[in-house]
Write a protein that binds this ligand. Structure first.
Ligand SMILES: C[S@@+](CC[C@H](N)C(=O)[O-])C[C@H]1O[C@@H](n2cnc3c(N)ncnc32)[C@H](O)[C@@H]1O
Length: 380
């Protein structure tokens, strides 16, 4: 068991989420969360009546310190929303005043205090700052935080460009705060946070919302994957697990427009991108597709699926971890019918064949190049 996150006279026991992670040495908070919460409390920035907006809180370490206030959280991650509920419940904190919103929702018209954990994606940051700017007033306290090494000059320039006068704190435990003040003279910069590209040798246009994986161009692992998809009959039930912009599922739909295909991801923007991409590129297939924000395959009926296609993640926020891949493979085993197939792409050195062998008792190499392997495992 870890030492608790002791802050604000509270002992918070916080888990990373999903909780059954193999690498238990990873913490559910960092020095930037701690600095932010300590600063707000030491300077009495939040009173009982303050309305608080909290962005990109990974596992609840920030939000769970303000459960007596009206708090709106904004994140693109469904996992982060689940983590907040899990950690709130395990610390017996009331969650009734916390309104969890996704990155696609509108912000409230005003907020007294905005606490902003700087996200990994600068495109997401630009989109969020654009929305924040519309509700920022001279009285709003805006404080951002991150590891000091991640707050580069270019990051500060983004704050200046999108919000106004920007200052930084001293570094504490290698974390830093950023303070922004409303600047009435600031011109509103143009907002272009979606990005589109054309899929190789096809007419398919892939549109990507700000926080979507492979937003700028096709992932090189995905490129090998879509060249090695299985052939299929139309009555099959297929899942594109961790769909991102939906490029894998869309490639399958190209030859199998009537397949029943579920696109699922934990990122709200990913699922929204996949949905829009199906609607635009294969409007006739929209009715046989589903789009679900989910943690891996939670709630998918056991033994109900014929084929699962997956390009698993090997990062969670800034941490390199294989626990999500593990969970995706285990969930796939449960969701597949007997005889059903999980087909994946992975970096050679990740050794996914060992995991598949352990879970499925079999695995087969379908294709490879110098960097990636395509593997298939059958549920016997
Ligand atoms: C390597 S990307 C693959 C995206 C897309 N399929 C492609 O090939 O370009 C992995 C995806 O898994 C998603 N993901 C991460 N954790 C997840 C989870 N617990 N449940 C569902 N999806 C998750 C990420 O948001 C990301 O879109």
């Amino acid at each position: 068991m870890f030492s608790p996150f002791i802050i604000n006279d509270k002992n918070l026991f916080l888990d990373r989420y999903p909780i059954n992670q193999v690498n238990r040495s990873l913490q559910a908070w960092d020095a930037a969360d701690e600095y932010l919460v300590n600063y707000v409390s030491d300077n009495h920035l939040i009173t009982n009546n303050s309305s608080v907006l909290i962005f990109n809180d990974n596992f609840g370490a920030i939000s769970l310190n303000f459960t007596n206030n009206t708090v709106q959280t904004i994140t693109d991650s469904y996992i982060s929303q689940l983590a907040l509920v899990h950690n709130g419940e395990q610390n017996h904190l009331p969650l009734t005043k916390i309104n969890q919103c996704s990155s696609l929702d509108n912000l409230p018209n005003a907020a007294d205090v905005i606490l902003y954990k700087i996200p990994k994606s600068k495109n997401l940051m630009v989109e969020q700052l654009g929305k924040i700017r519309k509700i920022l007033t001279p009285d709003t306290h805006f404080i951002a935080s991150d590891k000091a090494k991640s707050i580069q000059t270019s990051t500060l320039k983004l704050f200046e460009k999108h919000l106004g006068i920007t200052k930084t704190s001293l570094a504490v435990k290698k974390a830093r705060l950023v303070f922004c003040q409303f600047d009435p003279a600031l011109q509103e910069p143009p907002q272009q946070t979606t990005k589109s590209w054309q899929l190789d040798n096809s007419q398919i246009i892939i549109k990507n919302y700000a926080n979507v994986f492979a937003r700028e161009k096709l992932d090189i692992g995905a490129r090998l994957f879509i060249q090695n998809l299985p052939s299929l009959t139309n009555d099959k039930k297929v899942i594109d697990l961790g769909c991102g912009n939906g490029v894998v599922g869309l490639s399958l739909l190209k030859d199998n427009p009537k397949t029943h295909l579920t696109f699922t991801d934990e990122s709200y923007m990913a699922v929204a991108s996949a949905k829009e991409n199906v609607q635009v590129n294969f409007p006739e297939s929209t009715d046989n597709c589903e789009f679900i924000v989910n943690d891996c395959l939670t709630d998918i009926e056991p033994q109900s699926v014929d084929l699962i296609l997956c390009n698993p993640p090997f990062h969670q926020q800034n941490a390199t971890t294989d626990h999500i891949a593990w969970q995706m493979f285990k969930d796939s085993y449960r969701a597949l019918k007997k005889g059903g197939e999980l087909r994946i792409v992975g970096n050679r050195q990740l050794g996914y064949h060992i995991k598949l062998q352990r879970i499925f008792g079999n695995e087969k190499l379908i294709a490879s190049n110098d960097k990636f392997v395509i593997l298939s495992a059958i549920k016997k």
